[in-house]
Design a binder for this molecule. Structure first.
Ligand SMILES: [Zn+2]
Length: 226
């Protein structure tokens, strides 16, 4: 008999504990269970926002994203003074050929620019125009922050209207109209459109996104502009 009583006591202890827990904590438990999906969502969202802030905003300098300088062995000359990334040569030349068939004459103004050249452009033009760095950055990238150093950027003019080279008025040329309609076919995209909040509109400046390497290079920029 004594043994049986012992056994009953052993069984009763956990039963009593369970009852106690259910009475005091069940409401809290149910509430936690109900809001937990929202908590998970909230922290995921907060984490993503923070991550985007850190990975994009912090790297910008005067509104420009940093770009690596392409290695020399990936550059090819498409004209005596214009080098581009080898991946985009074919597409770029094809685009010019097709434009010509439509009576539109594209002129390539500037392709790859080394970080050193970009340094000269940024600082010399800044002093000529007597601008402070933040003003200058709206129209020219600081060295190390130019799409031109990747070899995937090209500045384009209209052969019939050379006075619009590097000018916003380029948007009124046949060349620009043609590019707007056809450039995507050749994997070219306008880098700085009218909606860009950091950098002035540059209708002449296009970038190539037709290779994995190019897409990786511009991934941050594309994510940001969404
Ligand atoms: Zn450019």
């Amino acid at each position: 008999m004594e043994r049986e009583e012992d056994i009953n006591q052993v069984f009763e202890i956990p039963f009593a504990k369970r009852t106690y827990l259910r009475n005091s904590n069940s409401k809290l438990f149910v509430r936690t269970l109900l809001i937990s999906p929202f908590l998970v969502l909230f922290f995921s969202f907060a984490g993503l926002t923070l991550n985007r802030f850190v990975s994009n905003e912090d790297k910008r300098l005067l509104g420009h994203l940093p770009y690596p300088e392409i290695s020399k062995d990936k550059l090819v000359f498409i004209e005596p003074n214009i080098e581009v990334h080898i991946d985009m040569r074919e597409s770029l030349l094809k685009m010019r050929e097709e434009a010509k068939k439509d009576g539109v004459y594209l002129v390539f103004l500037s392709g790859y620019r080394s970080t050193n050249l970009q340094k000269d452009i940024f600082y010399s033009l800044k002093s000529i125009r007597n601008q402070i760095a933040s003003e200058r950055a709206r129209v020219s990238a600081p060295p190390g922050y130019s799409e031109h150093s990747t070899g995937f950027a090209i500045d384009i003019g209209d052969y019939m209207q050379r006075d619009t080279d590097f000018e916003v008025e380029f948007e009124d040329t046949d060349a620009f109209e043609w590019l707007q309609r056809h450039a995507a076919k050749y994997h070219f995209k306008l880098s700085f459109n009218k909606n860009n909040k950091y950098i002035d509109y540059e209708p002449w400046h296009w970038r190539y996104e037709g290779s994995i390497e190019a897409l990786k290079v511009f991934e941050n920029s594309n994510r940001k502009s969404k």
